[in-house]
Design a protein around this ligand. Structure first.
Ligand code: GUN
Length: 299
């Protein structure tokens, strides 16, 4: 292996420490405790794990955590009433409604009911529009984490060729906007892209966000490129069929032979997502109170 491993777990620890420092300043200098409300509808096991982890890390960084668990058959009107209550609650600076929502709800309606200033996921159409026009916004957590790691590794990204594989609203599209904001030449590729291998081989920065295990092999990677693997896929363990393991969208073993730097799975992008949620909460709280934003924790 020749690539430098970008350690997202360690990086996330540093981000959380910066968040905690800013929280201390908000509390001691201004008497303000940032608060994050997380709403979970139903009992999806993976979502329950995420929500628990978010609550724990929120408290560990000194912020207030408000968890709202609603039955799977809650009506959309009742969920919207809760969102409205949280929008008006001055102790709540960030609101996250865990996705996916049950099938009888329209997630666009619910997400767009959140006060954009409290939309720590950055999914509200106002924030999407602000990001797309290069204005100050709340930025989706996973792409923000990827950007922080890229800036940390490279310093300036200006003029680099970036290829984002995947066009989701949560990762691919905002990732492309952020890279464009840092003056990369950006290509968004996807399942219908012609000569996907050739497109990927032109990338100085290759971001894989497709949700297909090991889809990008080492021979699609330009020698020396930086590879950011957003995929978190659970597959059967190769040596023990009774066990599972997590793998990314990139074939790590072959890509690490060619890349200059690469994020592993697990321990790469994953831990950065919750760290950036905490960062967004402290940013939202600072903005709401007309105070300076935490340095290095925003796009
Ligand atoms: N479900 C899986 N990831 C996310 C996320 O980043 N935000 C929300 N709201 N739901 C999710």
């Amino acid at each position: 292996m020749s690539a430098t491993i970008i350690d997202g777990k360690a990086f996330a620890g540093r981000v959380r420490a910066q968040v905690a420092e800013h929280v201390t300043r908000l509390k001691e200098d201004h008497g303000i405790t940032p608060g994050l409300a997380v709403v979970l509808v139903g009992e999806d096991p993976a979502s329950q794990v995420y929500v628990r982890s978010k609550g724990k890390q929120t408290v560990e960084t000194g912020m207030a955590s408000f968890e709202h668990k609603l039955d799977a058959d809650t009506s959309e009107a009742d969920l919207l009433a809760l969102v409205d209550k949280l929008n008006r609650d001055p102790a709540v600076h960030g609101i996250l409604v865990q996705l996916p929502l049950p099938g009888h709800m329209n997630s666009d309606i619910v997400i767009n009911a959140i006060d954009p200033a409290k939309d720590v996921d950055g999914f509200h159409i106002s924030n999407v529009g602000l990001l797309g026009t290069g204005q100050k916004s709340m930025v989706p957590c996973t792409p923000l984490g990827c950007l922080m790691m890229l800036r940390d590794h490279h310093g300036s990204l200006s003029g680099m060729n970036a290829v984002v594989v995947g066009r989701s609203n949560i990762v691919g599209k905002p990732m492309a906007q952020l890279l464009l904001g840092d003056s990369c030449t950006v290509t968004i590729a996807h399942s219908r892209t012609k000569d996907l291998a050739g497109v990927c081989r032109g990338a100085d920065i290759l971001v894989a966000a497709v949700g297909r295990p090991g889809m990008i092999p080492g021979d699609w990677v330009k020698p020396g490129a930086t590879v950011i693997d957003v995929g978190i896929n659970r597959v059967q363990h190769p040596e023990n069929p009774e066990k599972t393991k997590l793998v990314g969208d990139v074939d790590f073993a072959s890509a690490a032979e060619v890349a200059g730097a690469i994020t592993p799975v697990p321990g790469g992008v994953g831990p950065m997502t919750i760290a950036c949620l905490l960062a967004n909460t402290v940013t939202a709280c600072s903005r709401a109170n007309g105070l300076a934003e935490p340095e290095g924790l925003t796009a």
